[in-house]
Design a protein. Sequence first.
Length: 365
Amino acid sequence: MDKITITRPDDWHLHLRDGDALKAVLPDTARRFARAIVMPNLRPPVTTTALAAEYRQRILDALQKPTVRPERVEGQHISTARQMQGERFSFEPLMTVYLTDNTTVAEIEKASTSGFVRAVKYYPAGATTNSDSGVTDLNKCNQVFEAMQALGMPLLMHGEVTDGDVDMFDRECVFIDRHLKPLLEKYPALKVVFEHITTKDAAEFVASAPSNVAATITPHHLLMNRNAMFSGGIRPHHYCLPILKREEHRIALVKAATSGSPKFFLGTDSAPHAKSAKEASCGCAGMYSSHAGIELYAEVFEAANGLDKLEAFASFYGADFYGLPRNKDQISLVKEAWTVPESIIFAGDVLVPLRAGQTVAWKMV
Ligand code: DOR
Ligand code: ZN
């Protein structure tokens, strides 16, 4: 198959950042995806519906005035060839509110009736980028979870423990036993998205859980195992959280994504950081993939002989889980290799996108 046409996809887990960074990355997403669940881990975090409304407006404003970003030309570093001025996008940001120890039931009710806050995001305190205000103890949120369960408001979980005694590569598995299972026992009807799953254990847990539990899967966890962080030297651009795992886990994730189960859907977790922040003595976690946000998944599905399953994974199951209508328009991809630029202009710096300087097998037309 050299061309596929699918319903326009949505990205159910995305970091859009703010200010100039937002303007730099938003067109990549808006060109491919109709909607995206926008993560609230700004500094300061988006902890209320009022803050989410302001952030949403900044995203909508950025859509109207897309950044004049130099076009990327194959093989070149950054080309100043042609400008992309004047592009207009129809894209809907789906907002989230950042859960803290102090989030109130009233705030959840406000979010639920807002019409634009679609989920609440749980970060364990200290787990990742801008998570210092995250939850220190899930028990502090019991009333909030009860309200969310009653309102049908999804809880998006960064599923890792942060305890110092737990090995970095075991953080997700320990989270399942220590936190997720007890939480679902207490709130069996709570809608939970186990975000960016990285292990066989998580895939199996979600597959066997009831229909109110689902998971997003990133392109990088489907494409790479932990060797990618160390091939020929340390590779900071392959460092993300949760960290890449062993090959057996990657294989299990591919199996889950291409299984046709509605419990697994697309969430890129595209998380841009400036090159200088990644290539540092203490580098930031996150990979940028929005520039090829659907194309990379096409590679995965093709390699697994599952291209016929891509549309539902990318365009149906997420919308169904969130109770939103499926998109009506379509996009097409052709099997035509293109070279990802070495870097992309990013808020006074550059960022290094996933596959920088290498090819992606599918191209959006
Ligand atoms: O790698 C990651 N980067 N994981 C996260 O959970 C956060 C994200 C970010 O915001 O940079
Ligand atoms: Zn994320």
